[in-house]
Design a protein around this ligand. Structure first.
Ligand code: GAL
Length: 419
């Protein structure tokens, strides 16, 4: 009898170890510095994760190091300086895909997290395609926290009704109403600083070339200066005619505000805009703000995922492992994503905790054709992204589609995407 009780106790202890994982069983102290661009309006979802961490690890001093600037325009440069200077943060935000693999993994700066995935029982918790984007033959390199959608057009239903228009399902639909809006002093499509031009470009390019050709561009099977590739820039140039002149001085939130305030009709932005409008602006999805797939991309879901990893030489490794354990858990994911506008990267998330926008994104993610985002790290490495920003600058000044196609092809060759 005694022996049975002892055996049962040992089994129970082993089970508890397995469920909570050894990384959380420790009484952690010291510091944890997490690095991201989720500052200000982008902060509430991250704060939910920080709160969970503090509850579980009250003795750890958490340093929330943020560098403002949508899509990490400024944060990525600071990160590079720190990584190359041998002063990595404990854990940092990085997009799943080439931003992670083609940059930090290739440079051998990240620790393999396969052991953590096994320990936490995550080997089957994320979609296979996503695990491929954060992994290589030699390891799994980060923990994904969300799935965002890039190709969304946002609007305010009451304003569209007032102006007697509908959300465009194609760019031709948009061109049919845009001049009339302009005549009334309404900006047809709100745009912000240059990274948002890259963001708009990918939605327009997807509409222009279609999903097969989009994939072919990144697989090096279709040239950027092919007739198809140039078509994307031509359409983009036409769309730009209906955007605001002060775009380069605005943040993505300010462009979104133009739509909310009725100064603009539409805005193409990722679904962090849903997080902004519901969490910060307190608008109800559906009645307060509306959405649709960006023109010409119905049935296609251009996705991206934020993730956090463990850089080699992180000063507080154990504290990072506890952080990553929360990020990958169902509890962490379902605390973070409803505030962020994204859906959970896990396949078992509790949809009852999400609003109507997220529910619709989740349904689309389950049935749409999935393609990767350029502007947010999925399809191309940092080298290409930096060069692409210059191509964009050039196009914004010249409007020369053929030259932009040619320049894009040159940087694709330079950065190993095309031959
Ligand atoms: C993306 C990021 C999103 C959101 C957005 C705007 O790159 O993946 O989570 O932060 O930038 O800053």
């Amino acid at each position: 009898m005694k022996k049975t009780i002892v055996t049962a106790c040992i089994a129970m202890a082993a089970m508890l170890m397995f469920v909570s994982g050894p990384t959380q069983a420790k009484d952690l102290s010291g510091q944890l510095e997490i690095f991201s661009w989720w500052a200000g309006d982008e902060g509430p979802a991250l704060q939910a994760l920080i709160d969970l961490y503090k509850k579980q690890n009250p003795k750890v001093e958490l340093i929330n190091a943020t560098v403002t600037g949508g899509s990490g325009v400024n944060a990525k440069a600071v990160l590079k300086t720190r990584m190359l200077g041998g002063e990595p943060p404990d854990s940092f935000q990085v997009h799943a895909g080439q931003e992670l693999i083609g940059t930090w993994v290739q440079a051998d700066r990240m620790e393999d997290l396969t052991f953590l995935f096994k320990e936490q029982g995550w080997m089957n918790s994320f979609p296979e395609g996503l695990v491929k984007l954060i992994g290589t033959d030699s390891g799994i390199w980060s923990v994904p926290v969300n799935i965002h959608r890039s190709n969304v057009v946002w609007y305010i239903p009451a304003n569209l009704e007032k102006w007697g228009i509908k959300a465009p399902t194609s760019w031709d639909d948009f061109f049919a109403v845009a001049p009339k809006l302009k005549e009334q002093g309404i900006v047809p499509l709100a745009l912000a600083q240059n990274w948002t031009a890259n963001h708009l470009w990918e939605s327009v390019a997807l509409a222009a070339v279609g999903p097969d050709n989009w994939d072919a561009l990144w697989a090096g099977k279709l040239a950027f200066d092919s007739a198809e590739g140039v078509k994307a820039w031509e359409l983009f140039g036409k769309v730009l005619e209906y955007t605001n002149d002060d775009a380069s001085s605005l943040s993505w939130q300010q462009a979104n505000d133009m739509v909310v305030d009725g100064r603009a009709a539409f805005n193409v932005m990722g679904d962090w805009a849903a997080g902004y409008m519901s969490t910060t602006k307190k608008l109800a999805p559906g009645s307060g703000f509306g959405w649709a797939a960006s023109p010409g991309t119905g049935g296609e879901f251009m996705f991206l995922a934020d993730s956090f990893g463990l850089p080699k030489g992180a000063p507080n490794r154990d504290n990072v492992l506890a952080w990553l354990s929360i990020l990958g858990s169902q509890e962490g994911s379902d605390a973070f994503n409803p505030l962020k506008g994204s859906i959970s990267a896990r396949t078992d998330s509790d949809l009852s905790k999400y609003n109507d926008y997220a529910k619709s994104a989740s349904a689309d993610f389950g049935k749409d054709r999935i393609v990767g985002s350029l502007a947010h790290g999925v399809t191309a490495n940092e080298g290409f992204m930096n060069d692409f920003a210059s191509v964009m600058e050039m196009f914004l000044k010249s409007g020369d589609a053929a030259a932009a196609g040619k320049a894009a092809q040159q940087i694709a060759v330079k950065n190993g995407i095309s031959k």
